[in-house]
Design a protein. Structure first.
Length: 590
């Protein structure tokens, strides 16, 4: 079953908090039904349709439209409430003479991307393709007059990528019929079309969206997928019609989950915008990730492009959780992919040329967590993506299979690395230098399908033991793990406590380091750290807020016995209604 959070899909550029809260509520309403839908089993032909997509793991997203000329993102019309008549004038100046479909697709191909999803029509309602449904389109309304989708189709054919279309089927600011209200929030065009009673989403879908989809699915050859967005309150029935419509015209064309909140029949789930789930959502999923702070081109010099290392690790993490990464670029109004974006993509491409084997066609990691990075797998092969290169050896916890061999994926000779295996603990000897700054891949050949024991933190090579909140057992009523702060919060009952099991290889004296946050108004609790029959006491000080963490050292402790141990943190005194937000406990050898 796919975890419910795969459908927490949207955070809005114009009012993130309001938009996110609303979408969380909508998503919560949808949980049961999506889960039920997925439990009902795959739609006929779905596995066959998804074959190329599961193999691909990496695609390019392109947000490009007449808004790109302004350099203020794709939401500029809504954010600035630009009247339709004014906004339409942008078509008259749109002449992206530097657009070169071949160059764009080649850039994607060289980066190892296998599909391109481009905005055929975004919320502004401007069609970036030849259409009979509206004169507000790139061929009829601009001096450019060309159909970029036709040119991209040729280039995709040439370089062997799948061409796919983003299509905004509910939210539109140009067509007066399109939806405005989504619950209490209004993301429609209420400044040009204030009379809500004249809006009719059903008619908009039937009379405009579906015929346009038909054009997209009949004018450009085989289309890999239709990427629907912002379903809002589209009725299940209508969303279902959209899915069937796509499949009836091109049975092999995939449809993502944003077609509707509660749909059965879509092919894969889109998680939230630029969301990196903490654990695998399960099933087939994809994360759309912007390369900077915007989707459409943003000329603000403060716009932060993600460094290549971040993107490479995101790609590995997605694959490690069994998902795809759809990396977005926002070309300019002239039709070029901004140089910082192109450079980023080239750097990811360089990594993919060496390490692509560890991404394409892989499945999710069999390990719940790996301290050093992540893992992907294929039959009889495990690919360990090592982000934090350990000195000398890589410790692999809980692998039950026999290891037949190990090597570095970047080593052209694939020289064998020494491996020792004791029970379900394995160590692989490594060179001292990481072969890659961001993600070095260590390949293990194993017998049979990977079998992994439950995760227990292990003592590291430097002798330290790190016990993060995410691995803690939380005993109690209110305390819970908060992923945004990566800590245990809501610890508002003194009797709640947390504990970890861990495995010690070598006895030592350890300094105990407790990292926590505490708001000034709640400081003053007392806690104890208990391990191996010994205990240390600490007092919780203010750290300046619930998200500001500091490290406290309540003392040191000797652990004599190697083997399985457990450590607990309890509150002994809680004068002000909360204990702390606990992030980690680290045992540092003295
Ligand atoms: O509102 C859009 C946004 O502009 C962008 O297209 C993203 C991409 O996933 N989707 C919507 C918000 O979720």
């Amino acid at each position: 079953m796919v975890s419910p959070f795969v459908i927490l899909w949207v955070s809005y550029p114009m009012n993130k908090t309001r938009g996110s809260i609303l979408m969380v509520l909508i998503s919560l309403l949808a949980f049961g039904r999506v889960a039920a839908a997925l439990d009902a089993g795959p739609a006929p032909g779905r596995d066959a349709r998804l074959k190329w997509w599961r193999e691909a793991r990496f695609g390019m997203f392109i947000h490009w439209g007449i808004y790109s000329q302004l350099g203020r993102g794709e939401w500029v019309q809504f954010n600035e409430k630009i009247p339709g008549r004014e906004y339409e004038k942008l078509a008259a100046t749109f002449n992206p003479a530097k657009f070169d479909a071949d160059q764009w697709v080649k850039l994607a191909r060289d980066a190892g991307m296998k599909y391109i999803v481009i905005t055929a029509k975004h919320h502004d309602g401007f069609s970036m393709f030849r259409t009979k449904l509206s004169p507000f389109n790139i061929v009829d309304a601009t001096p450019f007059k060309r159909d970029p989708m036709a040119e991209l189709a040729v280039a995709c054919q040439k370089y062997g990528l799948k061409l796919c279309f983003y299509y905004s089927h509910v939210r539109e600011w140009h067509n007066p019929l399109a939806q405005s209200f989504e619950g209490t929030a209004n993301y429609g065009n209420f400044w040009d079309y204030p009379d809500e009673s004249r809006k009719d989403l059903g008619r908009f879908v039937d009379e405009f969206a579906k015929p346009q989809l038909k054009e997209l699915l009949t004018q450009y050859g085989p289309i890999g997928l239709i990427w629907f967005d912002t379903p809002g309150f589209l009725k299940d029935e209508k969303a279902g019609e959209c899915v069937d419509w796509v499949h009836s015209i091109q049975p092999d064309c995939l449809v993502n989950s944003r077609v509707g909140g509660l749909q059965t029949g879509w092919d894969y789930a889109s998680v939230g915008d630029s969301e990196m789930p903490r654990e695998s959502p399960g099933g087939d999923w994809e994360s759309p990730i912007t390369d900077n702070d915007s989707w459409g081109y943003n000329s603000d010099p403060n716009n932060r492009y993600k460094p290549p290392g971040v993107l490479i690790r995101m790609l590995a993490k997605c694959a490690g959780m069994g998902g795809n990464m759809l990396l977005n670029v926002g070309p300019t109004g002239e039709g070029i992919i901004p140089p910082p974006a192109a450079q980023q993509i080239e750097a990811v491409g360089a990594w993919m040329r060496t390490n692509g084997e560890s991404i394409y066609g892989t499945q999710a990691s069999p390990f719940k967590r790996l301290g050093f990075g992540t893992c992907t797998q294929k039959t009889a092969k495990l690919y360990f993506h090592v982000f934090d290169w350990p000195q000398k050896e890589l410790s692999i916890p809980g692998l039950k299979n026999k290891i037949e061999g190990a090597c570095l994926l970047s080593d052209p000779e694939r020289k064998a690395l020494a491996v020792t295996q004791t029970g379900d603990d394995a160590t692989v000897s490594l060179p001292s230098q990481a072969p890659d700054k961001f993600d070095s891949v260590v390949v293990l050949s194993i017998t049979g399908p990977a079998e992994v024991a439950g995760y227990t933190p292990r003592q590291k090579f430097d002798g330290s033991v790190s016990l993060p909140a995410v691995d803690a057992k939380i005993n109690g009523r209110t305390a819970r793990y908060e992923s945004d702060k990566d800590s245990i919060g809501y610890w508002t009952q003194a009797r709640d406590w947390v504990s970890w099991n861990f495995r010690l290889k070598r006895a030592a004296n350890f300094e105990v380091q407790v990292t926590y946050a505490c708001d000034e108004a709640y400081a003053g609790s007392e806690y104890v750290v208990e391990v191996a029959g010994k205990s240390l006491t600490g007092r919780v000080k203010t750290t300046g807020g619930w998200s500001t963490f500091l490290t406290d050292t309540p003392g040191s402790i000797r652990l004599d016995a190697a083997g399985d141990q457990s450590l607990a943190v309890r509150a002994t005194v809680m004068p002000k209604g909360a204990v702390m937000n606990l992030k980690t406990v680290v045992l540092k050898p003295l």
